[in-house]
Design a protein around this ligand. Sequence first.
Ligand SMILES: NC(=O)c1ccc[n+]([C@@H]2O[C@H](COP(=O)([O-])OP(=O)(O)OC[C@H]3O[C@@H](n4cnc5c(N)ncnc54)[C@H](O)[C@@H]3O)[C@@H](O)[C@H]2O)c1
Length: 325
Amino acid sequence: MGSLHAATIAASPDADLVAVCDPDEHATRRASREWSVRTTPILEELLCLPLDAVVVTSPTPQHADHIRAAARAGKAIFAEKPVGLTWEESDCVLREVVDAAVPFQINFQRRWDQRFRAVKKSIKAGDIGQPVLFKFHGRDPDASRASHWGLHRNGGLFLNCAIHDYDAVRYLTGAEVTSLNATGAAVVHKGLAEVGDIDTCSTTLFLDDGSMAITEWSRYATYGFDVGLEVVGTDGFIYLSRGDPSGVVVTGGDAAAPSVYDVFGDAYRASVLGFIDAVRNGHPATPGVDDARAALQVALCARRSYQSGGGVLAVAPPAPRHSSA
Ligand SMILES: NC(=O)c1ccc[n+]([C@@H]2O[C@H](COP(=O)([O-])OP(=O)(O)OC[C@H]3O[C@@H](n4cnc5c(N)ncnc54)[C@H](O)[C@@H]3O)[C@@H](O)[C@H]2O)c1
């Protein structure tokens, strides 16, 4: 992120890249080669230079200290997310930023993404009526280097990745999150569980305007980084996905409205024809008894979880398998 932001500054007619601070010699050599700037491994040295602003892209555990140092030096601050690893250190340093009265920006870049802006504009224009449900997803290609694993290193999946969606829903709705439940698991990168982290998570958020959001993240997308968003409204929906490079698809209430029979017409027919084939030829019908039982068990458990306030409930183990032939 540091070299990306440095390149943006260096290319801007409205700013000068004055210096780069990094204890890694490889990084500073690269910076002086690419941008002919001063480099230093020591933050205090950087802050003594005649700078207006500092961009903090150090590893997450150091953000709070670096933001504090920049605030005390009276510099404007652009910081990578998250501010810190705990509420206490983050709140404390943000108070210092406010007291220092320096400009501060956190890099929740979705707010600067043209597609997310178009979604907000469309919601505001009333294209989909009342927005009710926001569904975000994020797919990260990897779980970062194992040496970066651990809540004390990057904050874990919620602070490191899903935090973008927590901000995006506030941006898109203008509402505040009042309650949530979250769950997750280390499915692919099992080692993450040993350091208290996960590679797959889901959060359900409730907002003070009555809307809801669901966000899920995973960190094993070998097929590349992806984020998606669907906003379900009373009169239409908005869809943003990598699959549609043109960006945002808004479908309003005046669009031809397919019914469930249109969407699944072929599948309904195939299902019945499959059953006929099973009966005539003595194949097991599918989905059968075990499938009927298993999905119902999950649905009942989901309802109990909801009724009991959203806790994680164990699903009873499956009964011995039956043949539905
Ligand atoms: N907004 C986003 O979408 C986004 C995406 C990726 C990373 N990030 C954030 O950016 C930050 C950096 O992530 P990254 O992937 O670039 O990490 P990275 O490990 O690739 O780079 C971190 C750099 O900081 C340097 N560094 C270490 N200690 C330092 C110090 N005391 N002073 C100055 N530099 C120091 C390291 O040598 C390294 O060059 C993380 O906090 C991460 O959460 C944000």
